[in-house]
Design a protein around this ligand. Structure first.
Ligand SMILES: *Cc1c(COP(=O)(O)O)cnc(C)c1O
Length: 494
């Protein structure tokens, strides 16, 4: 039987995995979401010796069940190759009482690579399967990391074009340079005078604009999304939770069957949602700990049952989590409501119209899986310092948010369940913040900080950062938030 992906906002909008990947977002504004849990044989006594690629094959074949084994092999083998600087792909590092799952060994040194290195293959394979020969335009809003990782994946992929919007003042210098120096004739990078939510809102609007869609189709062009709303982003992220559990069994840190917690530094709720699906297919999970920075809308949601975006947007040192509308939460809401599209739609409309919604009666078992907390800017810096002092290891600020939230949770609850911290970026992506937290001094600029970080941590400077300072800046366009569609139309010549 083929797994059904249904829109969170329309019970009649049902598609297969490859259709969901190709469309990206449902045209009714909802997100395609699996309505049943696929059966996966998670035998960790065997899986502990499996490679990352083998675990990927197991998980992907369950969730993307209209792909053939050959198609999945092709996608997996091209994605998880020497672009990653370690054959482990996602190594697990023990630091005191926590395990950091390093998800930053791909080409752009953030966890987005874990899914975006495979998405172009999943997407072009899906198009082929569906007999679509339109040009696929990837339209993406980024809080800093998705944009670069998506471009790295899609650059010069035949039949695709990629347009990335980022908040002009909302990303680190390294993040910005990574994007503006991107090569590839099919890549377009645009800064907007606005924040990430502004960018994401207008990208979603363009997706749902029927007139624009018709205009594109007349030009044999269609949109798809590389944002974490795309099933092709979500499913590959389930893999590393399964893999992490297998590594813990392998190293003897846990026995097969023992529960583990996952703490995830959260923005758009994609990464932690993937951990939820990992639990659904059989990874023994105690708690899923949702960690936020000072934009703590999710902490408040899990503590009060009310999602309220009416608050000031804060620019923090963990910019990829500076988000007030966490898109993927919609999928969890849908599950919390027993996969009820009508109720989900009503709540999401309340969020747009009233700026908030409150949960009605929900599935308490699902809700109880989640814990939530946030770390202030000061707590985040102190956590980077604590981990450095205790373990001689430097976390990036996003990882440090999760690490701080977990330590506070463990102190508060006494929960001793082994806990994995999703380590979402290399400190080299945010070197100034990382160095200042350790030394108490500002390096002055990102590239001086890179050198200092290298001295302090002894970790080799990644290829993603080497050469960035002198690379040619190819993208310099800045537009007002209201002009995003104009920019898209001009790039696509429609
Ligand atoms: C995107 C990102 C996050 C947030 O992940 P979500 O899936 O959006 O919750 C956290 N840390 C880093 C470094 C990121 O790039």
């Amino acid at each position: 039987m083929t797994l059904t992906y249904q829109s969170t906002r329309d019970a009649n909008n049902k598609v297969t995995a490859s259709q969901a990947i190709l469309q990206g977002l449902a045209t009714d504004g909802g997100l395609f979401t699996p309505v049943t849990t696929p059966a996966v044989d998670l035998d960790f006594d065997a899986l502990k010796d499996a490679s990352y690629q083998e675990v990927a094959k197991l998980v992907l074949s369950a969730f993307l069940d209209d792909f053939t084994a050959e198609e999945l092999d092709y996608c997996i083998d091209n994605a998880y190759d020497a672009k990653f600087d370690t054959p482990a792909i996602a190594p697990l590092v023990k630091l005191g009482n926590q395990y950091n799952l390093e998800l930053f060994h791909g080409s752009t040194i953030a966890f987005k690579d874990m899914a975006l290195s495979i998405l172009p293959y999943l997407l072009t394979t899906s198009a082929k399967k569906q007999g679509v020969d339109n040009k696929i335009v990837i339209l993406t809003a980024t809080s800093g990391d998705t944009g670069k990782a998506a471009m790295a994946g899609f650059a010069d992929v035949p039949g695709t074009e990629i347009i990335v919007f980022y908040p002009k003042d909302g990303v680190s210098k390294i993040q910005e340079l990574q994007m503006t120096t991107q090569t590839g004739d099919n890549t377009h990078v645009i800064a907007i005078d606005g924040n990430f939510d502004d960018a994401q809102t207008d990208v979603k609007r363009m997706f749902n604009d029927a007139d624009l869609r018709a205009k594109l189709l007349a030009n044999k062009t269609q949109f798809s999304s590389a944002n974490s709303m795309n099933v092709g982003r979500l499913v590959p992220q389930v893999v590393y939770y399964v893999y992490a559990y297998a590594q813990l069994v392998k190293s003897g840190e846990i026995q097969n069957g023992d529960k583990v917690n996952f703490t995830v530094p959260t923005g758009n709720f994609g990464n932690i949602l993937a951990a939820y699906y990992a639990k659904q297919i059989g990874v023994p999970v105690g708690k899923l700990i949702c960690a936020s920075n000072e934009n703590k809308v999710l902490t408040d949601f899990f503590t009060t049952g009310t999602y309220d975006k009416k608050r000031d947007f804060k620019v923090t040192t963990s910019p990829s989590m500076d988000i007030l509308v966490s898109s993927n939460l919609e999928r969890l809401i849908f599950h919390l409501l027993g996969n009820d599209a009508e109720q989900t739609k009503a709540l999401m409309e309340a969020l747009v119209n009233e700026g908030q919604y409150s949960l009605p009666q929900v599935d308490q078992d699902i809700l109880d899986l989640f814990e939530a907390g946030f770390a202030t800017e000061e707590e985040t810096a102190l956590e980077i310092k604590r981990v450095y002092d205790e373990s001689d290891y430097i976390e990036d600020p996003h990882t440090a948010v999760a690490s701080a939230v977990y330590q506070a949770y463990a102190d508060r609850t006494g929960d001793q369940t082994p806990t994995v911290i999703a380590s979402t970026a290399s400190p080299y992506k945010f070197p100034r913040v990382a160095v200042a937290a350790v030394t108490g001094k500002d390096s002055g600029d990102d590239f001086a900080a890179v050198q200092e970080l290298n001295q302090l941590s002894g970790v080799a400077i990644p290829a993603a950062v080497n050469g960035l300072e002198t690379a040619e800046v190819r993208h310099t366009t800045v537009v007002a938030t209201n002009d995003m569609q104009k920019a898209v139309e001009s790039y696509l010549g429609v």
